[in-house]
Design a binder for this molecule. Structure first.
Ligand code: IMP
Ligand code: MG
Length: 185
């Protein structure tokens, strides 16, 4: 039984549900990329927890790369402005790229990254996102490996932060109002 963090009002998706979903997604990825040269591109910082878990369940040789982008700062609503803080280390031309993201909210971050990576002519480019917020996407997105649809509320845990905290929780949950220091998200 997971000890619930005192700042969490409610668990939205449990550790067990997350791990079961990851096994399912990893199985699908293993089938789809057999005999392909797979490169996972994680979006820092949020996706590093998810990428670490899913990568270890994909039964294929693969490589990692990471990009770091900033779209939120420490506020809780998307600004729509994406800034690249860290670019890829490797060329992705002619490679099979799977973009690994923690959560899709407005979809602006991932759409920007798709355009950015597409311009480098990968052999293929797909998205794997563990969470997406219901009804919030400003742009239609084709997510080949989707995890959970969640309500359009601000959540923390499993890589997701509020002011850089809570990323290490093994589940996702909603914060108690007092954890925001009086400011509602
Ligand atoms: P989008 O550009 O609106 O889709 O926002 C995507 C990014 O915002 C994600 O990669 C997260 O880093 C962050 N984000 C979106 N929703 C949440 C949330 O509920 N909690 C924490 N971070 C979030
Ligand atoms: Mg993110």
């Amino acid at each position: 039984m997971t000890q619930v963090h005192p700042d969490i009002a409610e668990i939205v998706i449990s550790e067990e549900e997350i791990q079961d979903k990851i096994s399912e997604l990893a199985k699908q990825i293993t089938e789809d990329y057999r005999d392909k040269d797979l490169l996972l591109v994680g979006v820092l910082k949020g996706a590093f927890v998810f990428m670490s878990d899913i990568a270890r369940q994909v039964q294929l040789p693969l490589e990692f790369d990471f990009m770091a982008v900033s779209s939120y700062g420490s506020a809780t609503k998307s600004s729509g402005v994406v800034r690249i803080l860290k670019d890829l280390d490797y060329e992705i031309t002619d490679r099979h790229v799977l973009l690994v993201e923690d959560i899709i909210d407005s979809g602006l971050t991932i759409s920007y990254l798709l355009r950015y990576l597409e311009a480098r002519r990968p052999a293929s480019l797909q998205i794997c996102s563990l969470f997406w917020k219901k009804g919030e996407q400003a742009v239609p997105l084709d997510v080949k490996y989707p995890g959970f649809e969640i309500p359009p509320v601000f959540v923390v845990g499993y890589g997701l932060d509020y002011a850089e905290k809570y990323r290490n929780l093994p589940y996702i949950g909603i914060l108690k109002p007092e954890a925001y220091g009086g400011k509602a998200p």
